[in-house]
Design a binder for this molecule. Structure first.
Ligand code: LCS
Length: 422
């Protein structure tokens, strides 16, 4: 294995974690579909349990297919090592469980993925862990929220769903000042566009369900550590709580990750052109995309990301009703949550991915009732644009007779029926 950061990102995605000599010449890492591993002797079994031998024991503790994926992502993220988890939420919960104890306080930025917010705010509160949420886009807010018992900073950048950014240099500085770890959810940008560990973050977490796998067919997560010391406590926690990954799941993600850079670059190219096109339309109220000069943190995006990615947030002048008509009229773009796949997906954060977040919290987070989130895929640009154009035309036709253009307040936890009139 070459050292992290030595190879280019496409090379690392294609070759990372694979040494055919270790697998009887197999160019694709085999799926070691086994729950347990035979010991050559009772003494060797005892040595493996005792830690004096590093041989395989049992797949919850370690499996060669899963290890190949861990090595690959650690290399992509420039980390010392990684622990694969069953889901993205398992990555978030395991990272926090490894680093926190009763009485600790967490500072998290907002917005973040709705389930992560509820995990920190509600589930961890049951175990005596308190939290403060601060505005992602305010670089001074994290420092102001520090308390003597603050033990961890958790940030997501770009943030789901508004694409607000957290200044990673500033967050690292506060974490160093306070002597506490900084955990970054790097799901939206991914290692092809942003490497928080190289900037000084301590852990990166991923929902590999998204661009790392990239084919909308697997749920998976990963935790990558900058230093081996923290990696060991994360691994121990994942094994104890049973959040580790299955070998078949690992093989699918390994297969998807080989084309990470190509997919990310193509989707990004589509997204840049679509965001510019959307911004020029009078039928769109505003567009939020880190690659547009109108993004309030455009300069920060250029500083800490090597590209703006493929997620776009926008709002229509007709608010939630207009957004609903748009989503019910797309034909090529799929009305579904999730993101980062080869296919374009559209969803309504206020009633879907962030429905568990209260209306008041949504307001604080900038999740407006009419916000539409688009995950741009790798289809032909003209086809995505034509689909959006015809859906926007349907919105214009339908809203022509509407009495108001103001966004009505959305009912908390209101749901859009994905089956209606499609
Ligand atoms: N972190 C971020 C930033 C996410 O967007 C998600 C899922 C997770 C963690 C959790 O990952 P999972 O357990 O689902 O693999 N985000 C979703 C979304 O925006 N739509 O559907 C899921």
């Amino acid at each position: 294995m070459t050292k992290p950061g030595q190879q280019g990102p496409h090379t690392a995605a294609i070759h990372g974690g694979i040494d055919p000599a270790e697998h009887r010449g197999a160019v694709s890492v085999p799926i070691y579909q086994t729950s347990t591993f035979a010991f050559p002797s009772a003494e060797e079994g005892a040595a493996r349990f005792g830690g004096s031998s590093h041989g395989l024991i049992y797949s919850r503790l370690g499996n060669p297919t899963v290890q190949a994926l861990e090595e690959c992502v650690a290399e992509l993220e420039e980390g010392a090592g990684a622990v694969a988890t069953a889901t993205g939420m398992a990555a978030v919960s395991t990272a926090l469980l490894a680093l926190l104890r009763q009485g600790d306080h967490v500072i998290a930025t907002q917005p973040i993925y709705g389930a992560s917010r509820k995990l920190i705010q509600k589930a961890f509160a049951r175990f005596g862990i308190t939290s403060t949420f601060v505005r992602a886009a305010d670089p001074a807010a994290i420092r102001s929220a520090l308390r003597p018992e603050t033990r961890l900073i958790f940030v997501e950048t770009p943030a789901n769903p508004t694409l607000d950014l957290v200044d990673l240099d500033a967050a690292v500085e506060v974490a160093r000042f306070a002597g506490i770890p900084l955990v970054v959810d790097n799901t939206f940008a991914g290692p092809h566009l942003q490497r928080p560990l190289a900037m000084g973050a301590d852990l990166v977490v991923h929902s590999m369900t998204k661009s790392l796998n990239g084919h909308s067919d697997v749920i998976a997560g990963m935790i990558v550590a900058r230093q081996t010391s923290m990696l060991e406590s994360v691994r121990h926690t994942a094994i104890s709580f049973g959040t580790t990954m299955d070998p078949h799941q690992a093989w699918l993600v390994l297969r998807g990750i080989r084309t990470l850079g190509m997919r990310v670059e193509r989707a990004q190219e589509n997204a840049i052109k679509l965001a510019q096109w959307l911004e020029d339309l009078s039928s769109v109220a505003w567009v939020r995309f880190p690659g547009l000069r109108s993004h309030p943190q455009y300069d920060l995006a250029k500083r800490q990301m090597s590209g703006p990615g493929s997620m776009i947030a926008f709002e229509l002048p007709g608010g939630v009703d207009a957004g609903r008509i748009l989503m019910n009229n797309v034909r090529l773009i799929t009305l579904a949550v999730s993101l980062g796949g080869v296919e374009s997906l559209i969803e309504h954060p206020a009633s879907m991915t962030h429905a568990a977040v209260t209306a008041q919290e949504q307001r604080e987070e900038g999740i407006t009732p009419g916000l539409v989130r688009l995950s741009v895929g790798c289809e032909d640009l003209d086809d995505i644009r034509a689909d959006l154009a015809q859906a926007l035309a349907a919105v214009e036709d339908a809203t022509f007779a509407l009495p108001t253009t103001a966004s009505p307040p959305i009912e908390e936890n209101a749901h859009i029926d994905p089956h209606s009139s499609r």
